[in-house]
Design a protein around this ligand. Structure first.
Ligand code: NAP
Length: 287
């Protein structure tokens, strides 16, 4: 039986890809730097992310790849290792990497390194599919400590509009692209079903946990200081994130795509459904 490799198998999306493949009875190998605590389904083989390690890619037919590195530095060795074994790769790129634009001309560092990986994959000779998702619903977990502690979420750019997407919808598309023919050479722009400001997202989470929540606007500098002090938030991502928000807040409203419905046959999940599933993460009663 051929094996599916899920690189980043403990991540927001990778874990869902692993679970979906395992439920379908596929042989799955997932990477984690901490295999012992990966908590993946029984039967899933968990390996370290060193794809050059002996046997790391033996028997791998198709791979799901995301990019956890804050640089394009390891891209060539990762893609070279994959192409020696896998026939097919599904790459989840960063939302702001502009298609058809050279890596060095991309607008942000995040887009530059994702575009560099895309370019290597497209030239690799593997069958490739690129998934370009909108903002993950899981990003709202950044507010969880504030929401557990009170009814106010402090942040900058409350009017920023995004089209939040359920990570399991991305995984559903990834599994289709990994296991079915007909997705080679395609780039899918994946979004959730509705455009929402950050303030509206906070309100929807409040409805899910049965407690009215409100947004309190901070200046960029106040938000920068708050994020730098927040445990667990990567310091080297704070300016990237805020630069991205500053650009997006004045941009036209993002588009909603129908790709999830078209590819999987099921509609994209709304934030209200995601928030109900995650109510306990915000201090609400588990559903
Ligand atoms: N958040 C968004 O709104 C959004 C939108 C569009 C695209 N994206 C893209 O989605 C990606 C993040 O996906 P995600 O949220 O599913 O991931 P995530 O939850 O942040 O998880 C990261 C995964 O990568 C692994 N990992 C972290 N550092 C690693 C390293 N140095 N070497 C090897 N593996 C490493 C982690 O495994 P262990 O910790 O178990 O080792 C984990 O499985 C990024 O490329 C981002 O640009 C995000």
């Amino acid at each position: 039986m051929s094996t599916y490799l899920v690189f980043g198998g403990t991540g927001n999306v990778g874990r869902r890809v692993v679970e979906r493949l395992a439920r379908a009875g596929a042989a799955v190998r997932a990477t984690s730097r901490r295999p012992r605590t990966a908590r993946l389904p029984t039967g899933v083989e968990v390996v370290t992310p060193d794809l050059d390690a002996p046997g790391a890619l033996d028997g791998v037919e198709a791979a799901f790849l995301m990019w956890p590195f804050h640089s394009a530095e390891p891209a060539r060795s990762v893609v070279d290792a994959l192409k020696r074994h896998a026939r097919r790769v599904v790459f989840m790129t960063g939302g702001d990497a502009r298609p058809g634009v050279a890596p060095e001309l991309q607008p942000t560092a995040v887009a530059r390194w994702h575009a560099a990986v895309e370019h290597l994959i497209e030239q690799s000779g593997m069958e490739w599919t690129i998934l370009s998702p909108s903002t993950f619903m899981a990003n709202t977990l950044w507010w969880s400590e504030q929401i557990k502690a009170g009814d106010v979420v402090r942040g900058a750019y409350g009017s920023l509009r995004t089209v939040p997407i359920h990570e399991d919808d991305i995984a559903a598309v990834a599994v289709r692209a990994l296991t079915e023919d007909g997705h080679a050479g395609r780039r899918y722009a994946l979004t959730g079903p509705e455009v929402l400001t950050q303030e509206e997202q906070v309100r929807i989470i409040g409805e899910a946990i049965g407690r009215p929540l409100r947004w309190h606007e901070l200046t960029r500098e106040e938000e920068r200081a708050r994020l730098l002090a927040a445990p667990g938030f990567p310091d080297d991502f704070v300016d990237e994130l805020l630069d991205g928000y500053a650009t997006l807040v004045t941009a036209p409203a993002p588009a909603v795509t129908t790709a999830i419905q078209v590819i999987t046959g099921a509609p994209a999940a709304p934030l209200a459904a995601w928030a109900a599933e995650h109510a306990s993460d915000f201090g609400g009663a588990p559903r």
